[in-house]
Design a protein around this ligand. Sequence first.
Ligand code: IPD
Ligand code: CA
Length: 270
Amino acid sequence: MGGSVHDLLELAISTADAAGVMLIDKRPADLGVAHTKSSPTDVVTEMDQAAERLIIDRIRASRPGDAFLGEEGGETGGSSGVRWIIDPIDGTVNYLYGLPDWAVSIAAEVGGEVVAGVVAVPVRGELYTAARGEGAYLVHRDGSTEKLRCNAGVPLERALVATGFGYLPQRRAHQAEVLCGVLPRIRDIRRGGSAAIDLCSVAAGRVDAYYERGPHEWDFAAGALIAREAGGTVGGLHGRPPSVELTIAAGPGLFGPLHDLLAPLDPERD
Ligand code: IPD
Ligand code: CA
């Protein structure tokens, strides 16, 4: 089963909306306080799994032949040539603490290429969307829509750069070393807590660039398309594609200088 890019995008939007509503409605009010003391991960893991189930069930109901890659469920094969790449909650620590910056990220890939991507930020009432070749958009809760353009021509020393840190202590220790090399050379750093939103923030010009070691395909698939469709460059080191090793995203003129600052700092090492 094929399906136009627009059909895939519409399905991603309605599904991300539904998952966002569920995640807000079903989030226990005392989640942050109660569950950081006893079992910090369990309730969040349950919500993650429930959201991923909702997303897959909804998509399967209209497209039974599609494949899935989800943060919670891993890889399941299909026969249609379409694969959905899903992060049910990106920014789980923010979700746990009741901070607004968590997202539902859904991308549709056809023949190995991401053609549609949606990042819903339910608490902010923001929905970022892109279809390949058709630009990136931010739809607000009131329905108003902005076409996104990332910032162009920002010199490295004036760049506001988002990044993130992994969960493993050893990885974090090295990420802190890399940060020591980056911070004195730029305007400032932001650590928002969601790689998907960071990429959308590049697209929206809310930050100038983003880099991080560690995010997986489900974290960046939708956001990378959105950043690219807003005019940004997204890649890894030395011409490689974005990957778990490293993802860099920046507007025109900034990707190169940021890449060249990062490369000698060995940011792919743990
Ligand atoms: C994490 C967030 C965070 C990033 C981590 C990711 P999760 O995803 O995107 O911003 O720094 O690398 O693992 O665990 O909240 O789905
Ligand atoms: Ca994630």
